[in-house]
Write a protein that binds this ligand. Structure first.
Ligand code: GDP
Length: 516
């Protein structure tokens, strides 16, 4: 049950502060930068330090201009919020330590920002260190096609020391410049709407939520509705723990009075009466029950043909994960080359390793499918993908992946042969038996394994062997099949690397009819 907002007339719109998120690899200085900005003298003439952690704060620069920082560093939070429909961030600062390298999480952060269409400003940090080499970082960025301005590219970048405060003022100047080009505006003279940043249950104060106003002005006494929670705002506080009566566009506020804890990223609206709030939340609860957890249909490969046929489908977003860099690059390149005049194929993120929760949330937020080459989702990521309806396609042959995506783009669905997973088996012991080779003592965790199945050996989410089952035993006897929660002995043809903790995934190849 979405609330329809009236559009503002252009003459009612006034400039608003930009909202900035800092992202980057762990230990590259996100927290230090935010801390410095919070404490430092860049914030001229503000009474009372920012003592409260409320998830966001608004700082004033010497010339009076303001910037709002989201204090939820990390792209996981950023994308989780986006997956819920909140487009909170105007600009992303990507921080990279100059004594290190562009790291996997740096790449992830860049890809998450790009997927959201948020402009990037690079902060090359720790330049106070003798081992710092900012040029090397810029070179690595250039190699990824992110050429910084001083090298003739279009990305602004600033060398800084978050610890000593060197260059931070210049960084903020560049961030402001980026914002000027966005021409951010809002109408302060209307009922407020915006996003939930955090919420919790406080023993003394009841439900507490931090909100960031995106349009209008939120006032004490307003009836706020977010997700399936609502209530009259009893009191509001700013990040300096001062009581406030109202919060305008781009301003964060901590509010008391809701009857529940909405999720981070939920949008909030102000409604006129309690009655109206109750009706909308009732409808939303009913809708949520009917649809399960899913609120929006995310793209699956099977659905692609239908969407293309309906027209106006122009972009296919794909996340590629694989076991080695070479395959990831090769597969990504081939997928991008499938682009046609009608459909642009974008690889919005690629990387080596198991499919993670971060990948799934990026897919959910960007309407993307995940292509895994010789890798599997982690347990939590698999569950999350089921919940969110994210399509994870697993392949062991690059050609198959390309053919299947191509077929889906041409509207020709369902390959003839499809793998059906029959069981997952956990290896608990490994015996090396002369003349026979490695035999695993194992437990069937899900499904039922048949002697005739094929099998894959998976270690830390990466497929390291694929082949046939050599022997399947219960105690000393050869058996045809073993069901869930039974122990078994299993060996694979020509597999001479098995370890305790590895998983075996068994599968059969079945014929699938064309489904559409
Ligand atoms: P985060 O994980 O990205 O939030 O990184 P932190 O802000 O926690 O910083 C990680 C470590 O790097 C800490 O020990 C900081 O003191 C240090 N650090 C951060 N910025 C700088 C800097 O500009 N110069 C130096 N020398 N150390 C820094």
């Amino acid at each position: 049950q979405a609330i329809v907002e009236e559009e503002d007339a252009p003459e009612d719109l006034l400039p608003r502060a930009q909202i900035v998120t800092v992202m980057g690899h762990v230990d590259h200085g996100k927290t230090s930068l935010l801390d410095y900005i919070r404490k430092a003298n860049v914030i001229a003439g503000e009474a009372g330090g920012i003592t409260q952690h409320i998830g966001a704060y608004n700082v004033k620069l010497e010339d009076g201009r303001r910037i709002t920082f989201l204090d939820t560093p990390g792209h996981e939070a950023f994308t989780a919020m986006r997956a819920r429909g909140a487009k909170v961030t105007d600009i992303a600062i990507i921080i990279v330590a100059a004594d290190d390298n562009v790291m996997p999480q740096t790449k992830e952060a860049i890809n998450h920002a790009m997927a959201a269409g948020v402009p990037i400003v690079f902060a090359i940090n720790k330049v106070d260190k003798p081992t710092a080499n900012p040029d090397k970082i810029k070179e690595e960025l250039a190699a990824m096609n992110y050429l910084v301005e001083e090298w003739g590219g279009k990305y602004q970048s600033q060398d800084i020391s978050a610890k000593k405060g060197i260059g931070v003022e210049d960084l903020l100047e560049k961030v402001l410049l980026e914002a000027e080009m966005l021409d951010l505006k809002a109408n302060p003279n209307r009922n407020a709407s915006g996003s939930i940043i955090e919420s919790s249950l406080d023993k003394g104060r009841g439900y507490v939520a931090t909100v960031l106003v995106s349009n209008g002005t939120l006032k004490v006494g307003d009836i706020v509705l977010a997700g399936t929670s609502y209530g009259r705002v009893k009191a509001m506080f700013n990040e300096r723990n001062q009581r406030i009566k109202e919060a305008g566009p781009s301003e964060p506020a901590l509010i008391l009075g809701l009857n529940g804890a909405p999720a981070a990223g939920d949008t909030f609206h102000v409604v006129e009466t309690d009655q109206e709030a109750r009706e909308i939340t009732n409808k939303r609860e009913q809708l949520a029950r009917e649809q399960g957890l899913r609120t929006q249909k995310i793209l699956t490969l099977d659905e692609l043909g239908r969407r293309i046929a309906l027209g106006n489908f122009q972009e296919l977003n794909i996340i590629v994960k694989g076991d080695v860099d070479g395959s990831v690059e090769a597969l990504s390149d081939s997928l991008i080359k499938l682009s046609t005049e009608q459909i642009q194929v974008n690889v919005i993120h690629k990387g080596v390793g198991a499919i993670s929760e971060s990948d799934v949330s990026l897919a959910a937020a960007s309407d993307a499918i995940i292509v895994g080459f010789q890798v599997r989702p982690s347990g939590a990521a698999g569950k999350m993908a089921d919940q969110e309806g994210v399509d994870i396609r697993k392949y062991s042959v690059i050609y198959d992946a390309i053919e299947e995506v191509k077929a889906a783009m041409e509207g020709m669905l369902a390959p003839e042969l499809k793998e059906q997973i029959t069981a997952t088996i956990e290896i608990r012991e490994v015996f090396n038996i002369t003349k026979v080779g490695l035999v695993a003592g194992a437990m069937v965790k899900t499904g039922k394994v048949k002697r005739s199945d094929k099998a894959r050996l998976i270690r830390d989410g990466i497929v390291i062997f694929t082949g046939n089952i050599n022997a399947l035993k219960r105690f000393k006897d050869d058996v045809k099949e073993v069901g869930t929660n039974f122990e078994c002995g299993i060996s694979l043809v020509n597999c001479n690397d098995m370890k305790v903790g590895d998983m075996i995934e068994t599968f059969e190849e079945i014929e699938v009819k064309q489904t559409l």
